[in-house]
Ligand binder design. Structure first.
Ligand SMILES: NC(=O)c1ccc[n+]([C@@H]2O[C@H](COP(=O)([O-])OP(=O)(O)OC[C@H]3O[C@@H](n4cnc5c(N)ncnc54)[C@H](O)[C@@H]3O)[C@@H](O)[C@H]2O)c1
Length: 373
């Protein structure tokens, strides 16, 4: 029998609105309070969504809060998640989970000592499109997957974000910022990564902001902005992964996987939905399965947006005593892949990963329905 867990949000910036808006569609969680270094930001979100605005200390001590959602900036993720665990709360963090393996291992130790759960976004791999891709691979219809490609390339962030400085410093860059979506999906589809290598560079030593209010200001680049990596999976598959903020336009698909019996075109893992296409040998074919997955249904303009699905899954998993999908072990492996790619890019080495993980349990349409209120 599941019960409802009280949820508190720590970090009331841009993305907090999506969590607060979407949480009520899920079963087993109730958003109750929020806090931020900037109390006015917490008060504004609280008023918008009918929540209680707490100080950080009040939220950490609140008796009606079981899980804290860490929506602070990446550089604060580790400290904030550790604080939550020390306060006796389960914690679910936005991506990237942490910025180093060491940080993640410290959280793992603290969580184990306290008997608490830790989870991390992204949860887009739980989307209907990516679960269909998973179903097609697991059903064997594509045969053994031997290789694939993944492209996430754009001109950058300085044209839309008001303060884009952090994107171009260590801790930012296209691998740590967007990599969690792509690498998490590859790991859920293919299993853990065995080793990586990469080359990296920056096309520009400084970038010019073209968003307001700092239009025309130059900012330094302190982290690679173009990284070409190769990932070898324990399954034997090898995937080319190109991540760049130095590309105006390109014609590559976000993700393709090549199997002995056909090819799978996977839509952009930055989103929950999208069109999955497959071939049998060279010929395009329909997926041939009835797949009315709740997390593929458009609910947000033109997109399927089920952000907080990973949080809801963790909350239900706590009450049901089962593993949650956006797990610490899984997120830490993704961090290991990303940080190893960055080191390989600097040194030219081929690096064996020191972590591994189980693939998160597949989320069938019925299981997804079970997460909804
Ligand atoms: N904005 C998006 O579209 C988006 C999408 C997906 C994921 N994310 C991730 O969500 C996280 C937050 O992103 P955002 O865009 O909402 O950032 P933001 O800068 O808009 O908001 C971050 C908030 O956290 C607060 N904060 C910072 N350090 C804190 C601390 N130590 N304790 C308490 N509060 C603190 C800030 O005051 C701010 O209100 C990031 O990890 C980002 O990668 C953002």
């Amino acid at each position: 029998m599941s019960k409802t867990l009280g949820i508190g949000v720590l970090g009331c910036g841009n993305i907090s609105a999506a969590y607060m808006r979407l949480a009520p569609i899920f079963r087993g969680i109730e958003m109750r309070a929020c806090a931020d270094l900037n109390l006015d930001a917490a008060k504004a979100r609280a008023a918008e969504f009918g929540l209680r605005a707490d100080t950080i200390g009040q939220l950490l001590a609140a008796e009606d809060i079981d899980v804290i959602v860490n929506l602070t900036v990446p550089a604060a993720h580790f400290d904030v998640s550790l604080q939550c665990l020390e306060a006796g709360k389960h914690v679910y963090s936005e991506k990237p989970f942490v910025l180093s393996l060491e940080e993640g291992q410290k959280l793992a130790e603290k969580a184990a000592a306290k008997g608490l759960r830790v989870g991390s976004a992204p949860d887009t791999f739980m989307g209907g499109a990516h679960q269909l891709a998973r179903h097609l691979i697991d059903s064997g219809r594509l045969g053994k997957i031997s290789s694939g490609t993944c492209f996430v390339q754009s001109p950058g962030m300085e044209m839309w974000h008001p303060n884009p400085d952090f994107f171009f410093q260590p801790g930012g860059g296209p691998i740590l910022d967007l990599g969690p979506y792509y690498i998490s999906n590859l790991v859920q589809l293919l299993g853990p990564v065995k080793r990586v290598t990469a080359m990296s560079m920056s096309a520009q030593a400084e970038r010019t902001i073209t968003s307001q209010p700092r239009y025309g200001e130059k900012i330094p680049v302190g982290t690679p902005t173009t990284i070409h990596a190769i990932l070898q999976f324990h399954s034997g598959a090898q995937v080319t992964y190109c991540a760049s903020w130095d590309v105006w336009q390109h014609g590559h698909a976000p993700m393709e996987l090549y199997g002995a019996e056909g090819t799978l075109h996977v839509p952009d893992p930055n989103f929950f939905g999208g069109e999955v296409r497959m071939t049998q040998k060279a010929a395009f074919t329909s997926a041939g399965v009835a797949w009315d997955h709740p997390f593929a249904r458009t609910n947000d303009g033109v997109n399927a947006n089920y952000r907080a699905a990973g949080l809801a899954d963790m909350a239900l998993a706590i009450t049901e005593g089962r593993a949650h999908r956006c797990s610490l072990e899984f997120s830490l492996h993704v961090v290991d892949v990303m940080t190893s790619i960055l080191v390989a890019g600097e040194t030219g080495q081929v690096l064996d990963l020191t972590t591994t993980c189980e693939r998160p349990e597949a989320l069938s349409p019925e299981a997804a329905q079970g997460l909804l209120a």
